[in-house]
Every structure is written in structure tokens, then in C-alpha cells.
Design a binder for this molecule. Structure first.
Ligand SMILES: [Zn+2]
Length: 412
């Protein structure tokens, strides 16, 4: 901190004070407003705050927040402070605020919005960039995610000292990462294939088999991997297999954990040091939290796009466990709900399904088309009252999830 120029120090303290005021006023965690004010005082603030740190940037359509949390946990095994935007403020102001709040932390693990990755690589000069997955988000078109991948390629090609840790099973991710000078490939799997039927390099049809994917035309193929996720175990780069046994549910989180272990190992945190810390993470910014409500156990799952819904449906308690689905269409969610038609809801047949949210009728039409029986409800407490007892899983998109979280009392 003391090495920062005077104006940057001033910008950091003004930003910090604004963030505290915002928190006291009950307006979220204050990281965005604090960062915005700090950047107004010193436009170069993020670069100054990132200098001399080991920065890790984490991006992808799904799993950014959770993976960021897991990587921070892995690096904490090294016994040093880790700065992180743990609550998902993932544009420039959120990053500046996260670094400003931990001025002496030698490590920084920062979630970055996909569209800002290229710019943030230039500003923060990261040691490691993590690329998780890339798929349609709300109404994004396939062409837009290909454009995103192309921007990543250009930024990574211009950062020759950066190590990329990337999922080899996502063809678009593999294409983006292959422009980097150094890549550690992770076999993390890909559940959602709908955005990667075509070769990112030449546009031909991709072939898939048990060994991975390959383009029959140009030969672009899944790269060989150094870290592997098996069903519930990780195989590290020395070939040693260890059970993950995470508290977080679902295959998507096991992928995220393997990526976090690979990042940790890059900085010298051995798997045996890091893994026990990953197992202690049981919820991330309210996700996967279990809350008692009128004698029922409510579990909160966030799903913002078709690939995310597929992952959330995988995590549900076994049928016939009841589930509440909540959908809004505010600005952070995307105003158009036609993406609901990209999700296959048929597996919900046979279990009690409750539907809430501002756009519950859109979801109702979609469920009817999939022949899924459901009841419309007026929110979380109405759903809880209709469940006889025991557990209720809740899947919500972004603002619907936040509303339910607020009703239940903000949960971590
Ligand atoms: Zn090809």
C-alpha cells in the first residue's frame, strides 16, 4: 500500500469510505460504488493496485464465483493473504475494490465478466488466467460467444508470460486457450454440448467419442490433459488419484475444484494441502446454502442460463423430492425468457414442481410443453407451506434467487 502513488492511495481510501457508507445504507456490499469512485479519482487505480501481486483471473459462463472461492481457498493453504471479489462484482470497479480492501495481500483471485477479460488481462497482467466454459447466456447468440472467444485469443496471445488453466473438454475454450504460450489443460468434462457442435477453427462438424472431440476437417482436437476429473476423484499431474469428497454438490463443482487444485499447484500449494480447504467450502454467496424455514430444509441453487439449469437439475435431490422453480426477467436476468426453451425439463416429471417469479407464466407454458405437472405459487413461503415436510430444492435465475435469499434472510 505504501508503495502506491499518493493519488492512488487517496482513491483507495475514498472508494473504501464510499463502500462502507453503501454497506451501512444496506445497499449490498458496497464494492461497486467504492470502486467506481476510486477509479474516478485515479483512472489507473486497478493497474496500480494489481502491480507486484500474483493475480489470477477467472472467467467463463458458469461457475466463476464458485471457482474463484475455491481457488482462494487453495491459495490460503500457502499461509498468505488472498484478495478476492468473493461476492461476484466482476467488472473493473469490483476488481479495484477487492484489491483496495486487501492492500497487502500478495495473491489476488478475481472473477471477471467474460466480456471484460481481454481488457482486464491488459490492466492486471495476471500470472494465471482460468477459462472454465463458454455457452449462451440468456439471449446471447452463438456468434457472440465465438466473438468473445476470439477476443480472449488476441489478449492471451499478447500476454506471453501468462499461464492459462483451461477445460480441454469445451471446444470453444480449447480454441481460445490454444492461442496462449503456456496452457495447463484440465479434463473437467462438458455437460452442455448445444453451443459446440461446430469446430471453432473451421466451422465443420465436431465428432465426439469417449476420448473427446475432434474436427474431421482441420484436425483441431481435444488437447492432452494434465489434470483429470473422474467421477468423484481428481488425478493430478503426477498421476496420483484422490477422492474429492466436497461439501459442494454436483459434477460442475467437482470440475471447479479440479481447476482450483491445478491453480493452487501452479503456485506451490500441494493437493494434500489445498484439498482439505476446498472441502470446507459449503456455500458460495448464498448458493447451495441450506436454510431451515417453517420446519423444512430449503436448499438454494442459482441457474442463470441453459447450461446452468442443466447443472442445477443434475443436483436436485432424488425424485420425488419437491422443487421450486423461480424465474424473473429483469435486466441482470435478460429481458427475454425464450432461453427457457433451450432447457429440457422432462426429467422433472413425477415430482412436485412449484413455479414462482415475475415470469412464472412463461415457465408454466414451457413446462406444459414438456408435459411436466406443476402448481403456480406466490413465492418461497407459499411453496414451503405446500411441502409436507423435509426438503425443498429451489432453482432460481439471478434476481429471482436474490429475492428468495432476501426473504429467507440473507444467507452466506
Ligand atoms: Zn475444424
Amino acid at each position: 500500500m505504501s508503495k502506491l502513488p499518493l493519488r492512488a492511495r487517496l482513491a483507495t481510501s475514498i472508494g473504501g469510505a464510499a463502500g462502507r457508507v453503501s454497506r451501512l445504507a444496506g445497499r449490498g456490499d458496497g464494492s461497486v460504488i467504492g470502486g467506481v469512485l476510486g477509479l474516478r479519482v485515479e483512472p489507473d487505480l486497478l493497474r496500480l493496485l494489481a502491480a507486484d501481486r500474483q493475480v489470477v483471473l477467472v472467467t467463463g459462463t458458469n461457475g466463476k464465483t464458485t471457482t474463484t472461492r475455491l481457488i482462494a481457498a487453495a491459495l490460503e493453504a500457502l499461509g498468505q493473504d488472498v484478495a478476492s471479489n468473493a461476492f461476484g462484482a466482476n467488472m473493473e470497479a469490483g476488481l479495484a475494490s477487492a484489491l483496495g480492501r486487501a492492500p497487502n495481500a500478495p495473491y489476488a483471485v478475481l472473477e471477471v465478466d467474460e466480456r471484460y477479460l481481454a481488457a482486464m488481462i491488459k490492466v492486471t497482467a495476471p500470472r494465471v488466467v482460468v477459462l472454465l466454459n463458454l455457452s449462451r447466456d440468456q439471449m446471447d447468440r452463438a456468434a457472440e460467444i465465438w466473438l468473445t472467444a476470439r477476443r480472449w485469443r488476441e489478449a492471451l496471445a499478447a500476454a506471453p508470460d501468462c499461464m492459462v488453466i483451461a477445460n480441454a473438454d469445451d471446444p470453444l475454450i480449447a480454441w481460445a486457450a490454444s492461442a496462449a504460450s503456456h496452457v495447463t489443460w484440465v479434463a473437467a468434462g462438458q455437460r452442455w454440448h448445444e453451443d459446440s457442435w461446430c469446430c471453432p477453427q473451421c466451422g465443420s462438424h465436431l465428432r465426439r467419442d469417449e476420448l473427446g472431440w475432434r474436427c474431421g476437417e482441420c484436425g483441431f482436437a481435444r488437447p492432452p490433459t494434465r489434470w483429470v476429473l473422474t467421477e468423484d476423484a481428481v488425478i493430478d499431474e503426477s498421476g496420483q488419484l484422490r477422492e474429492l469428497a466436497l461439501a459442494l454438490p454436483g459434477r460442475a463443482n467437482r470440475c471447479n475444484a479440479v481447476v482450483a487444485l491445478a491453480v493452487g499447484a501452479h503456485f506451490g500449494a500441494a493437493v494434500d494441502q489445498a484439498l482439505p480447504r476446498l472441502r470446507q467450502v459449503s456455500s458460495v454467496a448464498g448458493r447451495y446454502t441450506q436454510v431451515q424455514r417453517h420446519g423444512r430444509t430449503v436448499r438454494l441453487l442459482l441457474a442463470k442460463n441453459p447450461a446452468g439449469w442443466l447443472e442445477a437439475l443434475d443436483i436436485l435431490a432424488p425424485s420425488p423430492g419437491p422443487v421450486l422453480l423461480a424465474v424473473n426477467a429483469q435486466t441482470p436476468d435478460g429481458k427475454d425468457t425464450s432461453w427457457l426453451w433451450d432447457v429440457d425439463y422432462r426429467r422433472l416429471r413425477g415430482r412436485p414442481v412449484y413455479v414462482s417469479g415475475e415470469r412464472r407464466l412463461d415457465l408454466a407454458v414451457r413446462l406444459e410443453a414438456d408435459d411436466v405437472a406443476f402448481e403456480l405459487v406466490d413465492g418461497i413461503d407459499d411453496a414451503v407451506a405446500r411441502v409436507p415436510g423435509g426438503a425443498l430444492d429451489v432453482i432460481g435465475n439471478y434476481t429471482a434467487f436474490q429475492q428468495i435469499r432476501a426473504t429467507l434472510g440473507r444467507t452466506d
